[in-house]
Design a binder for this molecule. Structure first.
Ligand code: NAD
Length: 525
């Protein structure tokens, strides 16, 4: 197999790379609403109750009508998976790797349609949607190459003793995916357990079921058997919770909020009386990610990186910047340049390339975020003026910059998952590090500095799973920057890194005494 290489993103300043957008968006729109059935063993179950999700930038447009999977659907998916596991195992590692590579190629072939669908379903701008799909392609190719590396296991031979160390699939894996990276995160969460030989029951987020359905179909087209990959759309509290509880599911692969992640971890700690398994749970949760701006930082670089990290996809990334900790000596200059730069961000419908900030995911998120703004009105130092038209048509929320002194304030402690960022002034670099670490979370963090001692000090002291120096803190790239946090940001191996696949495998050691006196008669015959 060829060595893994990251798929490049396109440069949308070139006409040739953007001439598909208008037509593809229109074509996608004409197919709305996308009906998303539950799919078990290749059969679409279309008689379930349904709910709908609307385009975040145009609330009157219904994007998807997704089915509400119930316990019967889950029971059938588990039954088929049990039957299918041996067949999938018999495919062998090489064939499973080939299928995953094919899935990556199909995602690439359908890149434009998937971008257009994500744009309309989640409100991603075109470059954000492109980055999402490219990461999904990378996950397929990277996990294929990783599986090729680890599946042979290893042997240790001594005179009279043979030891084999190898991996077996864990069995049935429940994938509970978020909406904010509807292609990348969902694809990675499914591709890894599949290539290892597991069955996957996929519960996509309600807000991105249509994208999930398209990706799921491409995996089946690539050759993943219908018997071991099932789609269970629906509500988190019902089908998601039932999946977590099911006695035959060995692993829960979850990405989402802290509240749900912690409840899943509690549930998985219970030993199941029927199957006697302790479920493994991978829970990737939130962040309250800081950037420190040191007194000698290059402010051009710092302002640009902070704007990109705070407002890309409207701040709805787990890696997004939400606290800027600025040294006293450059605070006022940084503040005025940062607010000026925020004022230049154009808000508007994501299908227009000039829009840098689009809508938030749904009306509930908008109400929640507006409440935060109301509660902290006196702390706002900048907000984008929203036109009446945008307010009327979609879930637009003004990018907002707050200023806060009290480190216990929710502005500096709670994850909002929206286009909000808070500035904190600190007197010294030591205090900046202490403030950065003053959080329940440890997901991403950044430092802008030209002081080599400070850079080294921060590398060793900052609590973050992904720490970036003199660059933005979002947009981790598969293999180059394996992604994931600790503290209350999550448990489990880093996605897109060398340890991830082992989460879906059981390591086994077989030791054989080879000082035999002869073989049994059966073998001789
Ligand atoms: P969420 O927890 O509400 O939903 C995530 C998924 O869990 C959805 O599929 C949902 O249907 C399901 N779910 C909801 N309740 C459930 C329950 N009781 N049992 C089982 N499943 C349930 O999260 P969200 O609001 O959609 O996503 C935003 C959160 O995700 C943020 O906190 C963000 O930081 C986090 N996130 C983290 C990462 C990471 O890699 N660390 C990546 C993306 C998003």
């Amino acid at each position: 197999m060829k060595p893994f290489l990251n798929e490049p993103t396109r440069d949308f300043s070139k006409e040739i790379h953007r001439n598909w957008i208008r037509e593809t968006v229109l074509k996608t729109r004409n197919g709305f609403p996308v009906f998303v059935p539950a799919v078990v063993n290749g059969k679409k179950i279309s008689d379930l109750k349904t709910d709908v999700h609307s385009n975040p930038s145009r609330s009157s447009e219904i994007v998807s009508e997704y089915s509400l999977s119930d316990e019967h659907v889950l029971a059938e998916a588990v039954r088929c998976s049990k039957d299918g596991l041996d067949v999938w195992k018999d495919f062998g590692a090489e064939r499973r790797i080939e299928i995953l590579l094919k899935a990556g190629d199909l995602l690439n072939e359908h890149r434009n349609e998937l971008c257009a669908l994500m744009l309309l379903e989640t409100g991603k701008t075109v470059p954000e949607a492109e980055a999402d799909i490219v990461e999904a392609i990378d996950f397929c190719r990277y996990y294929a190459s990783e599986y090729e590396r680890i599946f042979p296991g290893r042997s240790v031979r001594l005179p009279g003793e043979e030891n084999r160390y190898f991996y077996k699939p864990k069995g049935i894996v429940g994938v509970i995916a978020p909406w904010n990276f509807p292609a990348a995160i969902l694809t990675g969460m499914c591709a890894a357990p599949l290539v290892c030989g597991n069955a996957v029951l996929l519960k996509p987020a309600e807000q991105s079921s249509a994208t999930a359905y398209r990706i799921y179909e491409l995996f089946l087209r690539a050759g993943v058997p219908e018997g071991i990959f099932h789609l269970l759309p629906g509500k988190g509290e019902t089908i998601g919770a039932a999946l977590v509880k099911h006695p035959s599911v060995s692993v829960i692969n979850f990405t989402g909020s802290r509240e749900v992640g912690l409840s899943i971890l509690r549930e998985c700690a219970e030993v199941n009386a029927e199957t006697k398994i302790i479920k493994r749970a991978l829970c990737e949760m939130g962040g309250k990610n800081p950037i420190i701006v040191d007194s000698d930082a290059d402010l051009d670089q710092a302002v640009e990186g902070a704007i990109h990290s705070a407002f890309g996809f409207q701040g709805q990334k787990c890696s997004a910047l939400s606290r800027v900790i600025v040294l006293d000596s450059c605070y006022d200059t940084f503040k005025s340049r940062f607010t000026e730069a925020a004022a230049s961000l154009r808000m508007g419908p994501p299908e227009e390339l000039s829009s840098k900030v689009g809508p938030v995911i749904d009306a509930e998120a908008r109400t929640r975020l507006e409440d935060v703004r109301r509660r902290h009105k006196d702390r706002i130092i900048f907000e984008t003026e929203l036109s009446d038209e945008l307010k009327r048509i979609g879930n637009y929320v003004s990018p907002t910059i707050f200023e806060e002194k009290n480190e216990d304030s929710e502005l500096l402690q709670r994850e909002f998952f929206g286009p909000f960022v808070t500035l904190l002034r600190v007197p010294s670099f030591e205090q900046a590090i202490r403030s950065a670490n003053n959080s329940d979370y440890a997901l991403t963090a950044g430092l802008y500095s030209r002081n080599p001692h400070h850079i080294e000090e921060a590398k060793s002291k900052i609590e973050a799973g992904n720490f970036y120096v003199n660059r933005s803190i979002t947009g981790a790239i598969v293999e180059r920057q394996p992604f994931g946090g600790y503290k209350l940001s999550g448990v489990g191996a880093k996605a897109g890194g060398p340890d991830y696949l082992k989460s879906f495998l059981e390591a086994v050691t077989v030791t054989e005494n080879t000082m035999r006196r002869g073989f049994s008669e059966d073998l001789i015959r």
